[in-house]
Write a protein of this length. Structure first.
Length: 201
């Protein structure tokens, strides 16, 4: 376990170094995702924060953290601005899983007034299941038409359309149709916690 964590940290460190060295964002590096799943006594907030800081080079537009009974997202910011400060992270509950996400926008402009609704992790409507996605789907309109995903999400009296990440995760988490993984065009790395089966996928 320690070897795996050290390998992940090393790879993220190299990634951050390359991005700083060349002072550019590499398109395939958009968004950062990381997670913990296991006995809560083995969870380290410090290590979780370190992974978040390393993933900042793959984000910068938004960030978020989710676990059992906890879900917070913030737009237009780096991970360090919210989650490394004790007052904003002290209420993190004891849980057997934690998901983290740093967003680099590739779909749904963050200038939208619903930009925080497009920030991840996503919490499904009427469910405790959550998920994160790194990548961009190019046939999301086709997938939205094919799968029974809500065509609009309500926010007060207004509605907003699901983005590519929400379409993918909603299908995986709520409809539980894995066939979408063979049909999307683009790139996707996903982590989702299914509250009904208590599994991290």
């Amino acid at each position: 376990m320690l070897f795996i964590l050290n390998t992940i940290l090393f790879s993220l460190l190299i990634n951050s170094f390359l991005l700083i060295l060349f002072k550019t964002k590499i398109n395939t590096f958009n968004c950062g995702i990381w997670a913990f799943h296991g006995n809560p006594k083995h969870f380290s907030k410090d290590k979780f924060n370190i992974l978040g800081l390393f993933n900042e080079s793959r984000g910068g537009d938004a960030c978020g953290v989710a676990s059992n009974g906890y879900h917070k997202t913030f737009s237009d910011t780096f991970f360090r601005n919210y989650f490394t400060a004790i007052p904003n992270f002290i209420d993190l509950p004891i849980s057997n899983y934690y998901l983290g996400h740093t967003r680099a926008t590739s779909a749904n402009n963050l200038a939208s007034k619903y930009k925080n609704e497009y920030s991840q992790p996503f919490k499904l409507l009427n469910s405790s299941s959550v998920g994160v996605h790194n990548g961009t789907l190019y046939n999301n309109d086709e997938l939205l038409a094919k799968y029974p995903v809500p065509k609009n999400f309500k926010l007060g009296k207004e509605t907003f359309s699901p983005n590519d990440s929400q379409i993918l995760l909603y299908t995986l988490l709520y409809i539980k149709d894995l066939s979408i993984l063979t049909e999307y065009e683009g790139a996707a790395a996903t982590i989702w916690f299914d509250e009904t089966t208590k599994t991290l996928n």
